[in-house]
Design a protein around this ligand. Structure first.
Ligand code: C2E
Ligand code: MG
Ligand code: MG
Ligand code: MG
Length: 277
């Protein structure tokens, strides 16, 4: 809007900056409080096998209940956490609590699937991170085969040695790695072979547009599926909102799917109910 406001451009522009600075400071304050006062929680989004609709995995998603963060979701507070360095403590909080949840799911609810945990791309440049994950796996005595760490495709930097070393150290722990929001980044397909990834998560935007006028999106979904097959990677489609989308994904060979049509992210008790339904 600043661009279109003519001679008052400067005033509006500085106002915008001031507003967003203020919002960032408020989010930062809220995140600090959340860490010290346990204002975080996880919600659980079931992931389904496309063939038989059983729950094969669950993605843990972060929520923050600080008064300063009312109505603000991870899409907005995670970038602030990354810019302020709070993300490292937050990622550890999430892994800690996701593993705790997994222990309960396995021992009390007969769950045999994976828990999928989002981690910030910042961790790929954090040399301490793999050892921290290892320590948490030992604390909770969970087998790494039940853990999938999701990193957005855009965080992968081909040829970055720290990034590759971290990924390899994580792979050596035995956890799986998923490339989240796949299709939105710039991964040269030829680079995929160098990533120790196990799974591609097709970004929601592609699934959303499957039956829109943007026919090219359909082709893109096919390309990603074929690419995954070629490299032996599992495919998860995210953002499935209609039966039509699910049918298309199923017949085009997608392995797993998640989305509002199948289930919204659920609080713990509701997820347990869903698991036993
Ligand atoms: P993501 O990992 O790609 O997670 C998927 C997001 O899309 C979630 O939003 C989920 O609620 C939403 N979604 C899934 N299916 C549908 C659908 O069918 N329709 C629509 N409209 N939305 C759908 P959420 O929970 O707001 O998370 C947003 C992003 O924030 C995540 O994207 C992830 O990048 C980040 N994030 C979430 N939790 C964590 C966390 O614990 N740690 C870190 N580092 N990042 C997190
Ligand atoms: Mg994710
Ligand atoms: Mg995603
Ligand atoms: Mg995302």
């Amino acid at each position: 809007n600043a661009k279109r406001s003519g001679k008052n451009c400067f005033r509006f522009f500085t106002q915008d900056i001031a507003d967003s600075l203020k919002e960032r400071q408020q989010i930062e304050k809220g995140l600090k409080l959340a860490l010290s006062e346990e204002h975080f929680s996880l919600v659980y989004m079931p992931i389904f096998d496309c063939r038989d609709s059983t729950i094969v995995a669950v993605e843990a998603l972060l929520r923050c209940h600080s008064p300063d963060l009312k109505g603000i979701g991870p899409d907005r507070f995670i970038p602030v956490a990354e810019a302020t360095g709070l993300i490292k403590d937050i990622d550890l909080w999430v892994i800690n609590n996701a593993l705790k949840a997994l222990v309960s799911l396995q021992s009390e609810h007969g769950f045999e699937g994976k828990i999928c945990i989002n981690i910030s791309g910042v961790e790929l440049h954090n040399e301490l991170f793999p050892a921290q994950v290892k320590a948490l796996l030992e604390t909770y005595k969970v087998s790494p085969e039940y853990i999938e760490l999701e990193v957005t495709e855009t965080a992968f930097v081909a040829g970055d040695t720290t990034c590759m070393a971290t990924l390899e150290a994580l792979e050596a722990l035995g956890v799986s790695l998923a490339l989240d929001d796949f299709g939105t980044g710039y991964t040269a397909f030829s680079q995929l072979i160098n990533y120790p990834a196990d799974c591609l998560k097709i970004d929601r935007s592609f699934v959303n547009d499957l039956f829109s006028e943007r026919e090219a999106r359909k082709k893109m979904v096919m390309v990603i599926q074929n690419l995954a097959k070629l490299y032996g990677l599992r495919v998860i489609a995210e953002g499935v909102e209609t039966q039509e989308q699910l049918d298309y994904l199923k017949q085009s060979g997608c392995d797993w799917a998640q989305g509002y049509y199948l289930s919204k992210p659920l609080i713990w008790n509701d997820f347990i109910k869903k698991l036993h339904a």
